[in-house]
Write a protein that binds this ligand. Sequence first.
Ligand code: GDP
Ligand code: MG
Length: 502
Amino acid sequence: MSISIENKTRSFSKEEAEVFVSYVEKALSLILSMDYIDKAIKDTDAEISVDIRLVGSDAIRKLNAQYREKDKVTDVLSFPILDMTDGKLQNKLMPYDFSYDEDKKLLPIGDVVICPERARKQAEEYGHSMDREMVFLAVHSLLHLLGFDHENGRDEDLMFSKQEEIMTGIGLPRSSNDDSKMIESVEDDHPVGEMLSHCGYCALVGRPNVGKSTLLNTISGMKLAITSHKPQTTRNNIQAIYNRDDAQVIFVDTPGIHKPQSKLAEFMVDSSFRAAKGADVVVLMADGRFPKPANVEIRAAEMARKLKKPIILAVNKADAVTKESLLPLIANYSKIADFVDIVPISALKDDGVDELMDVIISKLPSAPRYFPIEEVTDQSEREISAELIREQILHYTNEEIPHGTAVEIDAFEEVLKDDAEDSYDRSLIKIHASIICERDSHKSILLGKNGQMIKRIGTAARENIEKMTDCKVFLDLHIKVRKDWKNRQVFLDEFGYKKKED
Ligand code: GDP
Ligand code: MG
């Protein structure tokens, strides 16, 4: 018997591969000793040989597309060489069925391709060891190579019972009601309501453009809030949630604090204030390039003092300035508030962010975990999609299209795959959205020559929504003009900029 392994992925270590091979060897000899295997195979004077290749998700997706016309990442693929049914050869062995490796005579029965990355996810899901999952997949495909099948309703039970028999035989039995018990225990690890030594809300305040959204993105490792060169992109309080075994931090990204100029601006001031009011700690973010606090920062510091919140100064864009130049900034800012700590960071380069997190966490009270650990944001994909479209509008248009545009998602339809097992198994998301602007002239800018502008906005937004949802997206954009909507409460309500009563 000869099992050759080719490990083409970094996600499976050499040590893991060694353990894996020793189990697979045991499994194959156990299978070959069983009485349902063709005598001709058992009695052959050649070594039964199997090639196992371990590959990444992309590679297995390609193989699936190529051989099974399925654009899908699967855990395992088997390519039998001999024509067998339920362990029995359908044709006599012929000389060409054999091959030679130096003076060794081999009988290759097929190739197996396994995706360890996928296996690791499944192991986590089912709550058993990676060893068991990998060997289980190998045993499954060895049985396939020998003509056992579970598809087309044939021999399903036979295959599964054989499989468990072998797993038990080699010392990797399924623990009693494995799956359900283990799934529970995964959730039980970090249940909502679990007492944490530090848990709470952190209001992130600072003037537009200092890098608040960038920080949230860095923290959550995912594009949540919107970053843009243009101020005030973030209009709703987007929450990002940071999880650690002993802590949970819920971030409230606040729009810039500035003078009310219209009802919309008024709301924005309101909501940032509200965010700070409900927070356990306030982080004031400053731009390291500007040594003097501006009015808005002075007001934010005042607000924290009035609300009796601990306030931390995060000096962002530290990558863009020298250390020395931060000293006058720190001296100036120290005059406006009694900061519990001052942390220079680069949100963009992920420098000092861990230190900042430690300081924030140290200021949070002991409290029950508020959100499940897998919840990264309480914003729906629908809302984030609207923000992603808006981000591209700001990106592609200039000052003429001010912040007087809103995006409304008219329809968000998920098309599930034919063989979908849950609601995340989607093949396509169809989004119909309207861009609401204030003037006809804005509409024509948004449309562009021959509709080029809206096309560009749509393409870029679609790509980002695809990244966010990990799904193919069809995006249909319309432009609507509603004059002076910024000052009309009905429209504000309609677009979700509702004043909330406390
Ligand atoms: P917000 O308005 O406070 O949310 O700011 P954004 O996160 O949208 O960032 C505004 C601009 O500053 C973007 O162009 C970012 O790329 C840039 N920026 C954010 N953080 C950093 C940083 O640490 N260093 C540098 N050099 N630029 C940054
Ligand atoms: Mg922002």
